[in-house]
Design a binder for this molecule. Structure first.
Ligand code: AMP
Length: 390
């Protein structure tokens, strides 16, 4: 697959699909990690005298009311600050103003196009990869660089559409993400998988794909309770994915000893932070209690498996980390991983958000910028955003 270093960028109009889908609150950027993650590719293009034209989506645009709150202009301002350079923002996704601005660009100029999903208002043209739209955007440049890892599992006009009409490659961010994930294709052993989060249903594909390769799968979070139920434990009011009890039973039978479940949990009687919690062995959960975090004995069990691992991957928090009280299991294990230099890949989404708020994100081996994309990679699926480039 071609990377940015294989391309001639000199004096070219280079279209870059970035992932600037940053969290926003009242028009302000809450976390600019995704913007800073795009800088190496942008800077490389500037250093090679390119005219840099940036595309990204932001949020979802279903109705006219969604337009203003998903306006990409604040990203242009933040980019200006980070690059210490003017960034021209065009508030439209097509038309004369955009075309003229691009035609007037000089080498090393940067332009950001409005949120690609503004095109979704008219028949989901971006999200359904409308062929005319991809062709039109491709006509604005000479070279295309896909660097939006977060949308690589989707075929949209701004990635697959442009790539099918233009000489294309991947940028540094996608390259870095893929290099980390590739280490899991034929992993060194022991290979340990940590899974948490809410529903078993969302992780079935990952479990089915990784159970063959992994030495152990350590399960925490809400999804652990469906496995515990399948083993015959009383789980009270804990999260249950009734439809997948059979799946849990079968996978534990087929891969005897591979799946490791919690031995103790933090239980309470209400899904909130108000009530006190008790730490109990999983044999002692009562009918009116719910487990909202793994307990300290479980953290120790998980640590012991991770201690010997050569590589590990972790997807999903081990408790309701949004509540201060129930982020302890997730944080304690993150702390252990960092203190002991465990080679671990955090698979995007909630686990990276948890690691970010507690300051561990930049200390782990790799923290992915794309939850959905990583999950689909771990399921063994092909990623449409790469297919055209391949
Ligand atoms: P996911 O998107 O599947 O990774 O799920 C993340 C969500 O799982 C977070 O919002 C957590 O609050 C939730 N979660 C983790 N542990 C539990 C638990 N024991 N009970 C209920 N929800 C949980």
């Amino acid at each position: 697959m071609k990377t940015i270093k294989d391309m001639n960028l000199e004096n070219k109009k280079v279209l870059i699909r970035c992932d600037f889908n940053v969290p926003m609150k009242e028009g302000k950027i809450v976390d600019d990690t995704r913007i800073t993650a795009a800088l190496p590719t942008i800077k490389y293009c500037l250093d090679h005298n390119a005219k840099v034209i940036l595309f990204s989506h932001l949020g979802r645009v279903k109705e006219a009311d969604d337009l203003e709150k998903n306006n990409l202009e604040p990203v242009a301002k933040r980019l200006e600050k980070l690059l210490k350079k003017k960034v021209t923002f065009i508030s439209k996704t097509r038309g004369e103003e955009l075309e003229n601005a691009i035609n007037n660009m000089k080498d090393k100029d940067i332009l950001l196009v409005q949120n690609t999903r503004y095109e979704d208002l008219d028949g989901k043209k971006e999200s359904k990869n409308d062929p005319e739209l991809g062709k039109y955007w491709a006509s604005l440049g000479d070279v295309f660089v896909n660097d939006a890892f977060g949308t690589i599992h989707r075929a949209h006009a701004s990635n697959v559409g442009i790539a099918s009409n233009l000489d294309s490659c991947i940028g540094f961010l996608i390259e870095k993400e893929l290099n980390a994930l590739k280490e899991l294709d034929n992993p060194q052993h022991p290979f340990v998988v940590v899974l948490g989060g809410a529903k078993v249903a969302d992780k079935i594909g990952v479990i089915e794909n990784l159970v063959k390769k992994a030495d152990k799968i350590l399960i925490g979070g809400g999804m652990a309770f469906t496995f515990l139920k399948a083993e015959g434990y009383e789980i009270g009011n804990s999260l249950l994915d009734e439809e997948n009890i059979e799946f849990c039973k079968n996978i534990m039978k087929d891969y005897d000893g591979k799946i490791v479940l919690p031995v103790d949990v933090a239980v309470t009687t209400e899904y909130s932070e108000k009530e006190e919690y008790k730490t109990k062995d999983i044999t002692d959960i009562e009918y009116n209690e719910m487990g909202l975090d793994i307990g300290p004995k479980t953290v120790e069990v998980f640590e012991n498996y991770l201690k010997d691992s050569k590589i590990a991957v972790w997807n999903g928090p081990l408790g309701v980390y949004e509540f201060e009280k129930y982020k302890k299991g997730t944080n304690d294990l993150l702390q252990y991983v960092v203190d002991n230099n465990i080679k671990i890949i955090l698979g995007g989404g909630d686990i990276v958000a948890a690691a970010s708020t507690s300051g561990y994100k930049d200390k782990v081996y790799h923290a992915s910028t794309g939850g959905g994309a990583t999950l689909e990679y771990l399921e063994g699926k092909t990623l449409p955003g790469l297919e055209e480039i391949k």
